[in-house]
Design a binder for this molecule. Structure first.
Ligand code: HEC
Ligand code: HEC
Length: 270
């Protein structure tokens, strides 16, 4: 009898909550389709409806605080030249639209593949004669998130040609190679492109289209490099330093592997 009453009350409670929850879930679900392209799935697809709703709402997405900071930094003069990013690149909404879809990218002047963080620091060092920002500093995350956010929704389009091929091959080999006592590779958990459709139901594919991303477990925004480092611990590899050549190779391979997925920065993940 008591149970029955409790049951009725619970049903009543659920009914009361139903409309609000349904609205959130519907909005997040209508976005789901955008984040799967063929057998490729962004981590968004496996995120809970609440986490997806947080990402989708500009005012709730904590990553947008970094984007706002990045916007301010864009126009702030720094360094011996007294220049800001804006001095040379103008309105980021125009000049940076689509740029992040091609990163990491081979830089002919530097003779290597660089990611967006390194691109920003190259401009600081050379064009502005300012100090490079440290990895995971608020400033570097903010500018990276701001620039990537200018490509929000645009498909990733990383090119692997010519001199970029060796870096790609090294990244791919690192992703596939078994390590540690358990013989785990990145692919053991995140799948290969061929097996991805099947694996997507249990573990995300290790896509980077949402980075820098706000991880609820980190309680902050973090770069793709930080995520790679975290995952290196999973396979008992002593984590490489942030921005090490090996991890840039991995980031390059991961970004290419996600070609076609929309840029999602700043993503929210658990
Ligand atoms: C003095 C002028 C100057 C300033 C100031 C400057 N840049 Fe640049 N930036 C350039 C030039 C020139 C290039 C292209 C050079 C190259 O490809 O090596 C470039 C390239 C870039 C690119 C790559 C574009 C692409 O097509 O791949 C990004 C991103 C970028 N800058 C961001 C920034 C940011 C962020 C700042 C401020 C922290 C900044 N830049 C400050 C001159 C500048
Ligand atoms: C033992 C399983 C496991 C292995 C092996 C593993 N990962 Fe992960 N990876 C995870 C889990 C779990 C997450 C979710 C976040 C977390 O817990 O760090 C994740 C998240 C990621 C993400 C973020 C995806 C997103 O959308 O949020 C990337 C990128 C990634 N891993 C790359 C790698 C790379 C590169 C390697 C190899 C060095 C690797 N992972 C090895 C389990 C693994």
């Amino acid at each position: 009898m008591k149970g029955l009453i409790a049951g009725v009350l619970i049903v009543g409670g659920l009914l009361l909550q139903a409309p609000a929850r349904a609205a959130d879930t519907q909005a997040a679900d209508s976005n789901l389709a955008k984040y799967s392209v063929g057998t490729k799935h962004s981590g968004y697809v496996l995120a809970s409806p609440a986490t997806r709703a947080m990402e989708d709402d500009e005012f709730q997405n904590p990553g947008m605080l970094w984007v706002e900071t990045g916007k301010k930094l864009w126009s702030t003069a720094d360094g011996a030249n007294g220049k800001s990013c804006h001095s040379c690149h103008g309105d980021a909404a125009k000049s940076m639209k689509g740029i992040a879809t091609a990163y990491p990218k081979f830089n002919p002047r530097l003779g290597k593949v660089i990611d967006m963080e390194q691109r920003i620091n190259a401009c600081r060092a050379k064009a502005m004669q300012a100090k490079p920002y440290p990895w995971e500093s608020r400033e570097l995350l903010a500018l990276t998130a701001y620039i990537k956010n200018q490509s929000h929704g645009m498909p990733m389009n990383v090119l692997v040609t010519g001199a970029a091929v060796p870096s790609f091959e090294k990244g791919k080999a690192l992703f596939m190679a078994p390590h540690g006592p358990k013989g785990l590779s990145c692919a053991s958990c995140h799948g290969t492109l061929e097996a991805s459709a099947k694996l997507a139901a249990t573990q995300d594919q290790g896509q980077t289209n949402g980075f820098p991303a706000y991880r609820l477990t980190w309680q902050t925004l973090g770069s793709a490099q930080r995520q790679i480092q975290d995952c290196e611990r999973h396979i008992s590899v002593a984590p490489h330093p942030l921005g090490s050549p090996a991890d840039i190779d991995l980031e390059f391979y991961l970004a290419w592997r996600g070609n076609g997925l929309p840029v999602e920065t700043p993503a929210v993940r658990k």
